[in-house]
Design a protein around this ligand. Sequence first.
Ligand code: HMG
Length: 389
Amino acid sequence: MSLSVGIHDLSFATGEFVLPHTALAEYNGTEIGKYHLGIGQESMSVPAADEDIVTMAAAAAAPIVARHGTDKIRTVVFATESSIDQAKAAGIYVHSLIGLPSATRVVELKQACYGATAALQFAIGLVRRDPAQQVLVIASDVSKYDLDSPGEATQGAAAVAMLVSADPALVRIEDPSGLFTADVMDFWRPNYRDTALVDGHESIGAYLQAVEGSWKDYTEQGGRSLEEFAAFCYHQPFTKMAYKAHRHLLNYCGHDTDQHDIDRAIGHTTAYNRVIGNSYTASVYLGLAALLDRSEDLTGRPVAFLSYGSGSVAEFFAGTVVAGYKDHLRTEANREAIDRRKPVDYAGYRELHEHKLPADGGDHANPEQTTGPFRLAGISGHKRIYTKR
Ligand code: HMG
Protein backbone atom coordinates (compact mmCIF):
# COMPACT_ATOMS: atom_id res chain seq x y z
CA MET A 1 0.00 0.00 0.00
CA SER A 2 1.36 3.44 -0.88
CA LEU A 3 2.37 5.81 1.88
CA SER A 4 -0.39 8.11 3.13
CA VAL A 5 0.73 11.76 2.86
CA GLY A 6 -1.27 14.95 3.19
CA ILE A 7 -2.37 17.85 5.36
CA HIS A 8 -1.60 17.18 9.01
CA ASP A 9 -2.56 20.61 10.36
CA LEU A 10 -3.99 23.83 8.90
CA SER A 11 -4.08 27.29 10.44
CA PHE A 12 -4.91 30.69 8.99
CA ALA A 13 -4.55 34.38 9.73
CA THR A 14 -5.97 37.45 8.09
CA GLY A 15 -5.69 41.25 8.28
CA GLU A 16 -6.40 43.63 11.16
CA PHE A 17 -9.28 45.45 9.47
CA VAL A 18 -12.46 44.58 7.59
CA LEU A 19 -14.34 46.69 5.04
CA PRO A 20 -18.00 45.67 4.66
CA HIS A 21 -19.24 45.74 1.07
CA THR A 22 -22.10 47.95 2.25
CA ALA A 23 -19.48 50.72 2.82
CA LEU A 24 -18.03 50.24 -0.68
CA ALA A 25 -21.52 50.19 -2.22
CA GLU A 26 -22.51 53.35 -0.37
CA TYR A 27 -19.38 55.11 -1.65
CA ASN A 28 -19.66 54.06 -5.32
CA GLY A 29 -23.44 53.88 -5.63
CA THR A 30 -23.55 50.16 -6.47
CA GLU A 31 -26.75 48.28 -5.67
CA ILE A 32 -25.68 46.03 -2.74
CA GLY A 33 -27.31 42.97 -4.35
CA LYS A 34 -24.51 43.00 -6.93
CA TYR A 35 -21.96 42.40 -4.18
CA HIS A 36 -23.96 40.17 -1.83
CA LEU A 37 -25.61 38.02 -4.53
CA GLY A 38 -23.93 38.87 -7.86
CA ILE A 39 -20.38 38.14 -6.71
CA GLY A 40 -21.22 36.58 -3.33
CA GLN A 41 -19.08 38.80 -1.11
CA GLU A 42 -20.01 40.47 2.18
CA SER A 43 -16.75 41.99 3.35
CA MET A 44 -13.01 42.03 2.68
CA SER A 45 -10.00 41.86 4.98
CA VAL A 46 -7.71 44.88 4.82
CA PRO A 47 -4.19 44.61 6.25
CA ALA A 48 -2.97 47.28 8.69
CA ALA A 49 -0.13 49.56 7.57
CA ASP A 50 2.26 47.38 9.61
CA GLU A 51 1.04 44.04 8.19
CA ASP A 52 2.02 42.26 4.99
CA ILE A 53 2.36 38.73 3.59
CA VAL A 54 5.15 37.97 6.08
CA THR A 55 3.32 39.05 9.25
CA MET A 56 0.16 37.19 8.18
CA ALA A 57 2.19 34.10 7.23
CA ALA A 58 4.04 34.06 10.56
CA ALA A 59 0.73 34.53 12.42
CA ALA A 60 -0.73 31.55 10.51
CA ALA A 61 2.32 29.33 11.00
CA ALA A 62 3.10 30.08 14.69
CA PRO A 63 0.22 27.95 16.07
CA ILE A 64 1.41 25.01 13.96
CA VAL A 65 4.91 25.24 15.41
CA ALA A 66 3.42 25.65 18.91
CA ARG A 67 1.43 22.42 18.47
CA HIS A 68 3.96 20.22 16.65
CA GLY A 69 7.38 21.69 17.45
CA THR A 70 10.06 22.31 14.86
CA ASP A 71 12.05 19.05 14.99
CA LYS A 72 10.71 17.46 11.82
CA ILE A 73 10.29 20.57 9.65
CA ARG A 74 13.17 20.68 7.17
CA THR A 75 11.50 22.59 4.34
CA VAL A 76 9.34 25.73 4.12
CA VAL A 77 7.65 26.44 0.80
CA PHE A 78 6.10 29.91 0.68
CA ALA A 79 3.63 30.55 -2.13
CA THR A 80 2.64 34.10 -2.95
CA GLU A 81 1.88 36.45 -5.82
CA SER A 82 2.22 39.58 -3.69
CA SER A 83 5.92 39.09 -3.21
CA ILE A 84 7.89 41.74 -1.28
CA ASP A 85 11.34 41.13 -2.77
CA GLN A 86 12.63 40.01 -6.16
CA ALA A 87 15.42 37.89 -4.66
CA LYS A 88 14.94 37.00 -1.00
CA ALA A 89 12.20 34.48 -0.16
CA ALA A 90 9.57 35.91 2.19
CA GLY A 91 9.64 32.57 4.02
CA ILE A 92 13.09 33.38 5.43
CA TYR A 93 11.60 36.21 7.52
CA VAL A 94 8.90 33.77 8.68
CA HIS A 95 11.54 31.13 9.46
CA SER A 96 13.21 33.63 11.77
CA LEU A 97 10.01 35.03 13.35
CA ILE A 98 8.66 31.59 14.33
CA GLY A 99 12.03 30.15 15.38
CA LEU A 100 12.67 27.35 12.89
CA PRO A 101 16.08 25.62 13.04
CA SER A 102 18.88 26.67 10.69
CA ALA A 103 18.88 23.18 9.12
CA THR A 104 15.89 24.12 6.94
CA ARG A 105 15.49 24.86 3.22
CA VAL A 106 13.23 27.81 2.47
CA VAL A 107 11.97 28.80 -0.96
CA GLU A 108 9.28 30.99 -2.56
CA LEU A 109 6.99 29.82 -5.37
CA LYS A 110 4.88 31.84 -7.80
CA GLN A 111 2.12 31.12 -10.31
CA ALA A 112 -0.70 33.47 -9.38
CA CYS A 113 -3.31 31.85 -7.15
CA TYR A 114 -2.17 28.35 -8.11
CA GLY A 115 1.22 28.61 -6.30
CA ALA A 116 0.14 27.00 -3.03
CA THR A 117 -1.08 23.89 -4.81
CA ALA A 118 2.30 23.49 -6.49
CA ALA A 119 3.82 23.95 -3.01
CA LEU A 120 1.53 21.26 -1.57
CA GLN A 121 2.34 18.80 -4.36
CA PHE A 122 6.10 19.44 -4.08
CA ALA A 123 5.82 18.98 -0.31
CA ILE A 124 4.12 15.61 -0.81
CA GLY A 125 7.03 14.55 -3.03
CA LEU A 126 9.54 15.52 -0.33
CA VAL A 127 7.65 13.63 2.38
CA ARG A 128 7.37 10.55 0.16
CA ARG A 129 11.16 10.67 -0.23
CA ASP A 130 11.66 10.84 3.54
CA PRO A 131 8.48 10.15 5.56
CA ALA A 132 10.19 11.25 8.78
CA GLN A 133 10.22 14.85 7.54
CA GLN A 134 7.47 17.44 7.58
CA VAL A 135 7.09 20.37 5.19
CA LEU A 136 5.58 23.70 6.16
CA VAL A 137 3.57 25.04 3.22
CA ILE A 138 2.51 28.67 3.49
CA ALA A 139 0.17 30.57 1.17
CA SER A 140 -0.01 34.30 1.88
CA ASP A 141 -1.38 37.12 -0.23
CA VAL A 142 -2.81 40.59 -0.24
CA SER A 143 -5.20 41.00 -3.17
CA LYS A 144 -5.10 44.58 -4.41
CA TYR A 145 -6.78 46.13 -7.45
CA ASP A 146 -6.98 49.77 -8.46
CA LEU A 147 -9.37 51.95 -6.49
CA ASP A 148 -12.66 52.49 -8.31
CA SER A 149 -12.05 49.50 -10.64
CA PRO A 150 -14.45 46.51 -11.00
CA GLY A 151 -11.87 44.32 -9.27
CA GLU A 152 -11.93 46.50 -6.13
CA ALA A 153 -14.89 44.57 -4.72
CA THR A 154 -12.91 41.31 -4.95
CA GLN A 155 -9.92 42.31 -2.80
CA GLY A 156 -8.95 40.58 0.44
CA ALA A 157 -5.99 39.25 2.42
CA ALA A 158 -5.08 36.07 4.29
CA ALA A 159 -2.41 33.48 4.94
CA VAL A 160 -2.88 29.73 5.32
CA ALA A 161 -0.17 27.54 6.83
CA MET A 162 -0.31 23.76 6.34
CA LEU A 163 1.90 21.10 7.82
CA VAL A 164 2.40 18.31 5.27
CA SER A 165 3.38 14.94 6.70
CA ALA A 166 3.07 11.18 6.46
CA ASP A 167 -0.04 9.76 8.18
CA PRO A 168 -1.76 13.14 8.18
CA ALA A 169 -4.44 13.96 10.75
CA LEU A 170 -6.74 15.94 8.42
CA VAL A 171 -6.68 15.08 4.70
CA ARG A 172 -4.82 12.42 2.72
CA ILE A 173 -3.93 13.82 -0.71
CA GLU A 174 -4.38 11.33 -3.55
CA ASP A 175 -2.95 10.68 -6.97
CA PRO A 176 -3.67 11.39 -9.76
CA SER A 177 -3.82 15.11 -10.47
CA GLY A 178 -5.43 16.63 -13.55
CA LEU A 179 -3.27 19.42 -14.99
CA PHE A 180 -3.94 22.31 -17.34
CA THR A 181 -1.76 25.19 -18.57
CA ALA A 182 -2.66 27.88 -21.13
CA ASP A 183 -0.82 31.10 -21.97
CA VAL A 184 -3.58 33.71 -21.40
CA MET A 185 -3.48 37.34 -20.26
CA ASP A 186 -6.51 37.32 -17.99
CA PHE A 187 -4.81 38.72 -14.89
CA TRP A 188 -1.21 39.77 -14.28
CA ARG A 189 0.92 42.21 -12.29
CA PRO A 190 4.05 43.58 -13.96
CA ASN A 191 6.97 44.18 -11.59
CA TYR A 192 6.50 47.97 -11.64
CA ARG A 193 2.92 47.80 -10.30
CA ASP A 194 1.53 46.97 -6.88
CA THR A 195 -2.02 46.48 -8.11
CA ALA A 196 -3.03 43.72 -10.52
CA LEU A 197 -4.21 44.26 -14.09
CA VAL A 198 -7.19 42.15 -15.07
CA ASP A 199 -9.61 41.54 -17.86
CA GLY A 200 -12.41 40.50 -15.50
CA HIS A 201 -14.79 38.81 -17.91
CA GLU A 202 -11.97 37.14 -19.86
CA SER A 203 -10.61 35.84 -16.54
CA ILE A 204 -13.91 34.13 -15.72
CA GLY A 205 -13.88 32.41 -19.13
CA ALA A 206 -10.22 31.41 -18.69
CA TYR A 207 -11.01 29.93 -15.25
CA LEU A 208 -13.90 27.88 -16.69
CA GLN A 209 -11.72 26.62 -19.55
CA ALA A 210 -9.16 25.53 -16.96
CA VAL A 211 -11.82 23.70 -14.92
CA GLU A 212 -12.74 21.76 -18.03
CA GLY A 213 -9.12 21.11 -19.05
CA SER A 214 -7.91 19.95 -15.64
CA TRP A 215 -10.99 17.75 -15.11
CA LYS A 216 -10.50 16.16 -18.54
CA ASP A 217 -6.89 15.33 -17.70
CA TYR A 218 -7.93 14.09 -14.23
CA THR A 219 -10.34 11.57 -15.75
CA GLU A 220 -7.77 10.54 -18.40
CA GLN A 221 -5.30 9.88 -15.59
CA GLY A 222 -7.82 7.50 -13.98
CA GLY A 223 -9.28 9.80 -11.29
CA ARG A 224 -12.52 9.34 -9.37
CA SER A 225 -15.93 9.97 -10.87
CA LEU A 226 -17.79 13.17 -10.03
CA GLU A 227 -20.46 11.40 -7.94
CA GLU A 228 -17.88 10.12 -5.45
CA PHE A 229 -17.04 13.57 -4.05
CA ALA A 230 -18.67 14.82 -0.84
CA ALA A 231 -17.68 18.43 -1.60
CA PHE A 232 -15.68 20.59 -4.01
CA CYS A 233 -13.13 23.19 -2.86
CA TYR A 234 -12.67 25.68 -5.70
CA HIS A 235 -10.35 28.66 -5.87
CA GLN A 236 -12.65 31.54 -4.89
CA PRO A 237 -11.70 34.98 -6.23
CA PHE A 238 -15.27 35.74 -5.15
CA THR A 239 -17.56 33.03 -3.84
CA LYS A 240 -19.99 33.15 -6.77
CA MET A 241 -17.09 31.91 -8.94
CA ALA A 242 -17.17 28.54 -7.15
CA TYR A 243 -20.84 28.21 -8.14
CA LYS A 244 -20.11 29.19 -11.73
CA ALA A 245 -17.23 26.70 -11.86
CA HIS A 246 -19.21 23.84 -10.39
CA ARG A 247 -22.19 24.44 -12.65
CA HIS A 248 -19.80 24.50 -15.61
CA LEU A 249 -18.23 21.19 -14.55
CA LEU A 250 -21.62 19.53 -14.07
CA ASN A 251 -22.74 20.75 -17.50
CA TYR A 252 -19.52 19.55 -19.09
CA CYS A 253 -20.05 16.11 -17.54
CA GLY A 254 -23.69 16.04 -18.68
CA HIS A 255 -25.11 16.19 -15.13
CA ASP A 256 -28.15 18.09 -13.84
CA THR A 257 -27.35 21.51 -12.42
CA ASP A 258 -29.81 21.42 -9.55
CA GLN A 259 -29.21 24.44 -7.27
CA HIS A 260 -29.79 22.42 -4.11
CA ASP A 261 -27.12 19.86 -5.10
CA ILE A 262 -24.70 22.63 -6.04
CA ASP A 263 -25.27 24.30 -2.65
CA ARG A 264 -24.60 20.98 -0.93
CA ALA A 265 -21.35 20.47 -2.83
CA ILE A 266 -20.03 24.04 -2.45
CA GLY A 267 -21.95 25.87 0.30
CA HIS A 268 -19.75 25.24 3.35
CA THR A 269 -16.52 25.96 1.45
CA THR A 270 -17.52 29.59 0.85
CA ALA A 271 -18.09 30.67 4.47
CA TYR A 272 -14.63 32.15 5.13
CA ASN A 273 -13.92 33.49 1.64
CA ARG A 274 -17.24 35.33 1.64
CA VAL A 275 -16.11 37.54 4.52
CA ILE A 276 -12.33 37.60 3.87
CA GLY A 277 -12.33 38.21 0.09
CA ASN A 278 -9.81 36.96 -2.42
CA SER A 279 -6.66 35.73 -0.71
CA TYR A 280 -5.18 34.42 -3.99
CA THR A 281 -2.92 31.43 -3.09
CA ALA A 282 -4.69 30.89 0.24
CA SER A 283 -8.24 30.96 -1.14
CA VAL A 284 -8.77 27.28 -2.02
CA TYR A 285 -7.33 26.20 1.37
CA LEU A 286 -9.56 28.67 3.24
CA GLY A 287 -12.31 26.81 1.40
CA LEU A 288 -11.03 23.54 2.87
CA ALA A 289 -10.80 25.06 6.38
CA ALA A 290 -14.41 26.26 6.18
CA LEU A 291 -15.59 22.90 4.85
CA LEU A 292 -13.92 20.91 7.64
CA ASP A 293 -15.08 23.36 10.33
CA ARG A 294 -18.69 23.55 9.20
CA SER A 295 -19.63 20.23 7.57
CA GLU A 296 -21.25 17.24 9.15
CA ASP A 297 -18.83 14.31 9.62
CA LEU A 298 -16.71 13.85 6.49
CA THR A 299 -14.65 10.90 7.73
CA GLY A 300 -13.47 8.75 4.83
CA ARG A 301 -15.15 11.01 2.26
CA PRO A 302 -13.29 12.23 -0.83
CA VAL A 303 -13.14 15.99 -1.36
CA ALA A 304 -12.25 17.55 -4.73
CA PHE A 305 -9.88 20.52 -5.11
CA LEU A 306 -9.73 22.83 -8.09
CA SER A 307 -6.84 25.23 -7.87
CA TYR A 308 -6.67 27.97 -10.52
CA GLY A 309 -4.01 30.61 -11.05
CA SER A 310 -4.43 33.19 -13.79
CA GLY A 311 -2.02 33.18 -16.63
CA SER A 312 -2.90 30.24 -16.34
CA VAL A 313 -2.33 26.94 -14.52
CA ALA A 314 -4.96 24.72 -12.91
CA GLU A 315 -4.89 21.43 -11.05
CA PHE A 316 -7.79 19.16 -10.14
CA PHE A 317 -7.04 16.63 -7.41
CA ALA A 318 -8.66 14.76 -4.56
CA GLY A 319 -8.13 14.25 -0.86
CA THR A 320 -9.78 11.90 1.61
CA VAL A 321 -10.76 13.16 5.04
CA VAL A 322 -9.04 11.16 7.78
CA ALA A 323 -10.82 9.48 10.75
CA GLY A 324 -10.54 11.61 13.91
CA TYR A 325 -9.91 14.82 11.94
CA LYS A 326 -12.36 16.83 14.04
CA ASP A 327 -10.04 16.57 17.06
CA HIS A 328 -7.34 18.46 15.12
CA LEU A 329 -9.37 21.33 13.71
CA ARG A 330 -8.85 24.95 14.77
CA THR A 331 -12.48 25.99 14.45
CA GLU A 332 -12.44 28.39 17.44
CA ALA A 333 -9.19 30.06 16.39
CA ASN A 334 -10.51 30.39 12.84
CA ARG A 335 -13.66 32.12 14.04
CA GLU A 336 -11.53 34.38 16.23
CA ALA A 337 -9.24 35.33 13.29
CA ILE A 338 -12.32 36.57 11.45
CA ASP A 339 -14.22 38.10 14.38
CA ARG A 340 -11.26 40.02 15.81
CA ARG A 341 -11.00 42.26 12.74
CA LYS A 342 -11.90 45.89 13.29
CA PRO A 343 -14.37 47.48 10.87
CA VAL A 344 -12.83 50.30 8.88
CA ASP A 345 -14.82 53.00 7.12
CA TYR A 346 -14.38 53.79 3.43
CA ALA A 347 -12.01 56.72 4.03
CA GLY A 348 -9.85 54.63 6.37
CA TYR A 349 -9.72 51.78 3.84
CA ARG A 350 -8.69 54.18 1.06
CA GLU A 351 -5.85 55.50 3.18
CA LEU A 352 -4.63 51.95 3.87
CA HIS A 353 -4.93 51.08 0.19
CA GLU A 354 -2.59 53.96 -0.66
CA HIS A 355 -0.11 53.25 2.16
CA LYS A 356 3.33 52.28 0.83
CA LEU A 357 6.84 51.96 2.17
CA PRO A 358 8.98 54.71 0.61
CA ALA A 359 10.32 53.60 -2.78
CA ASP A 360 13.79 54.98 -1.97
CA GLY A 361 14.05 52.44 0.88
CA GLY A 362 14.88 55.26 3.31
CA ASP A 363 14.18 55.20 7.05
CA HIS A 364 10.48 54.90 7.70
CA ALA A 365 8.54 53.75 10.77
CA ASN A 366 5.06 52.33 10.19
CA PRO A 367 2.23 53.46 12.49
CA GLU A 368 1.46 50.85 15.16
CA GLN A 369 -1.88 49.46 14.05
CA THR A 370 -1.82 45.68 14.15
CA THR A 371 -2.84 43.78 17.26
CA GLY A 372 -1.53 40.57 15.66
CA PRO A 373 1.56 38.72 16.92
CA PHE A 374 4.00 40.13 14.33
CA ARG A 375 4.47 43.51 12.71
CA LEU A 376 6.34 45.17 9.89
CA ALA A 377 7.87 47.95 11.99
CA GLY A 378 9.27 49.82 9.00
CA ILE A 379 12.19 49.98 6.63
CA SER A 380 15.74 51.20 6.99
CA GLY A 381 18.53 51.12 4.41
CA HIS A 382 16.23 49.14 2.06
CA LYS A 383 15.81 46.43 4.75
CA ARG A 384 12.36 45.51 6.02
CA ILE A 385 12.23 45.36 9.81
CA TYR A 386 9.93 42.76 11.33
CA THR A 387 9.23 42.48 15.05
CA LYS A 388 7.25 40.26 17.43
CA ARG A 389 4.65 42.10 19.46
P1 HMG B 1 -18.35 43.70 -12.98
O1 HMG B 1 -18.07 43.60 -14.42
O2 HMG B 1 -18.45 45.05 -12.37
O3 HMG B 1 -19.69 42.91 -12.60
O4 HMG B 1 -17.24 42.94 -12.14
P2 HMG B 1 -20.81 42.26 -13.53
O5 HMG B 1 -21.54 43.35 -14.22
O6 HMG B 1 -20.26 41.12 -14.33
O7 HMG B 1 -21.75 41.70 -12.37
C1 HMG B 1 -21.32 40.67 -11.55
C2 HMG B 1 -22.50 39.76 -11.25
O8 HMG B 1 -23.42 40.48 -10.42
C3 HMG B 1 -23.30 39.33 -12.48
O9 HMG B 1 -23.73 38.03 -12.25
C4 HMG B 1 -24.50 40.28 -12.46
O10 HMG B 1 -25.63 39.77 -13.13
C5 HMG B 1 -24.74 40.38 -10.98
P3 HMG B 1 -23.39 36.84 -13.31
O11 HMG B 1 -23.98 37.28 -14.60
O12 HMG B 1 -21.88 36.79 -13.40
O13 HMG B 1 -23.98 35.63 -12.70
N1 HMG B 1 -25.48 41.57 -10.54
C6 HMG B 1 -26.43 41.54 -9.59
N2 HMG B 1 -26.93 40.53 -8.86
C7 HMG B 1 -27.91 40.84 -7.94
N3 HMG B 1 -28.37 42.10 -7.73
C8 HMG B 1 -27.89 43.13 -8.46
C9 HMG B 1 -26.87 42.88 -9.43
N4 HMG B 1 -26.19 43.66 -10.30
C10 HMG B 1 -25.33 42.83 -10.98
N5 HMG B 1 -28.36 44.38 -8.24
C11 HMG B 1 -15.79 41.04 -12.04
C12 HMG B 1 -17.20 41.56 -11.87
C13 HMG B 1 -15.68 39.65 -11.43
C14 HMG B 1 -15.44 40.99 -13.52
C15 HMG B 1 -14.82 42.01 -11.31
O14 HMG B 1 -15.10 42.03 -9.94
C16 HMG B 1 -13.35 41.68 -11.51
O15 HMG B 1 -12.73 42.07 -12.48
N6 HMG B 1 -12.73 40.93 -10.53
C17 HMG B 1 -11.33 40.54 -10.59
C18 HMG B 1 -11.10 39.38 -11.52
C19 HMG B 1 -11.61 38.06 -10.98
O16 HMG B 1 -11.86 37.90 -9.81
N7 HMG B 1 -11.73 37.06 -11.88
C20 HMG B 1 -12.17 35.74 -11.51
C21 HMG B 1 -11.59 34.62 -12.36
S1 HMG B 1 -9.81 34.74 -12.48
C22 HMG B 1 -9.22 34.11 -10.97
O17 HMG B 1 -9.94 33.51 -10.23
C23 HMG B 1 -7.80 34.36 -10.65
C24 HMG B 1 -7.53 35.48 -9.66
O18 HMG B 1 -7.87 35.05 -8.34
C25 HMG B 1 -6.06 35.91 -9.72
C26 HMG B 1 -4.98 34.86 -9.64
O19 HMG B 1 -5.06 33.75 -10.11
O20 HMG B 1 -3.93 35.25 -9.16
C27 HMG B 1 -8.36 36.71 -9.93
